[in-house]
Design a protein around this ligand. Structure first.
Ligand code: TRP
Length: 334
């Protein structure tokens, strides 16, 4: 792969190591990552420093960080074609964060919906400053690599918009420095909903019946789909507004079978929910068992896994430090 080439598009994204990876993370994000490797500079990272906004168990944070790298490899991210890095191991992220924190206002950060949601109804006073500044570290992540596209879920689009504002502001004062990134979302699957309640995004922090983890065994996967809520009539029709539950299951089916929504609808036109959910469970369980075997292969050799991470960090640092030095020299930091 080419480390730096302005004519080649740069794609950058990451997943936080704050819980088990779910099938929502898979069809909304990870599954799409290997396909960008061939024709773009692809950089995937584990934003482990971002996890600190919620108090973490140290051993678990470390384990989950390594798990996530192994999942990336398992889904087909190739460390020779892409760059895989761990955020805390490339200090340029933290350094640029501090600089950019001076190019964003308290007002802008207060308007981030994720901050408003997470800080809840109580006043912002008692919240950690890290939660408030979270989007600025994310801006640093993205801008260090001259990123063109950031594939993310819907809930992160606002953060990428803020990144654009920060970059534009900096460029206006100091001249062309940052590439202005764009958020991209997959056509389907960017918003996989909970199996027990389609009003909410599938999340590993909810009730276990609401999600399927990538590491789950076949029996449990099939059982969860059997129990998944459905809508009132027995028709397998995609209509997220009036049939949110079944539409969610159709999206999951399409994502795992690599077919489009219409194909799923026509395949199950004459069939009922019971049969559909059974077959969906089997489909997901089969695919997961293949991924799990790959995961085990990478995860069981921690020395080899660390070597892959070190190799990625080294390539990433080269790109990131060059950008950081450009920024520092423009603003007068020695
Ligand atoms: N904020 C993202 C999330 O919660 C994770 C993240 C951190 C990220 N930095 C990023 C995603 C940079 C894309 C690009 O999912």
């Amino acid at each position: 792969m080419v480390l730096y080439n302005k004519t080649m598009k740069t794609i950058f994204s990451g997943l936080k190591p704050t819980g088990e990876m779910t099938i929502g993370n898979y069809i909304g994000a990870m599954k799409h990552w290997p396909s960008s490797q061939a024709d773009s500079r692809s950089i995937f990272f584990v934003p482990n420093s971002h996890a600190l906004t919620v108090r973490q168990d140290p051993a678990q944070l470390k384990t989950r960080t390594l798990d996530l790298v192994a999942w990336l490899l398992a889904v087909g991210v190739d460390p020779d074609e892409s760059i895989i890095l761990v955020q805390s191991m490339v200090p340029a992220h933290a350094e640029l964060f501090w600089i950019l924190d001076n190019f964003v206002t308290i007002g802008e950060l207060s308007r981030m919906t994720q901050f408003k949601d997470k800080s809840g109804k109580s006043s912002a006073e008692g919240q950690l400053a890290g939660l408030f500044n979270y989007p600025v570290l994310m801006a640093a992540d993205i801008l260090l690599y001259s990123t063109d596209e950031v594939p993310v879920g819907e809930d992160q689009i606002q953060h990428v918009e803020l990144t654009r504002d920060i970059a534009t502001r900096f460029n206006n004062i100091y001249g062309e420095t940052f590439v202005i990134p764009k958020a991209t979302t997959p056509q389907h699957g960017s918003r996989v909903r909970g199996l027990d309640d389609p009003r909410y995004k599938m999340s590993k922090s909810d009730h276990p019946d609401s999600y399927v983890a990538l590491g789950e065994d076949a029996e449990s996967v099939i059982k969860k789909f059997k129990r998944a809520v459905t809508d009132s009539d027995d028709k397998i029709r995609y209509d997220p507004k009036s049939k949110p539950a079944i539409s969610n299951l159709i999206e999951i089916y399409a994502g795992f079978a690599e077919v489009d929504i219409a194909t799923v609808e026509s395949k199950y036109q004459q069939k009922g929910y019971g049969e559909f959910k059974q077959e969906l469970g089997e489909l997901v369980a089969d695919k997961l068992s293949v991924l799990q075997a790959q995961f085990e292969k990478y995860r069981s050799n921690e020395t080899a896994l660390m070597a892959i991470i070190e190799q990625g960090n080294a390539k990433a640092s080269q790109i990131a430090n060059e950008k950081l030095n450009e920024v520092k020299s423009k603003i007068g930091l020695l």
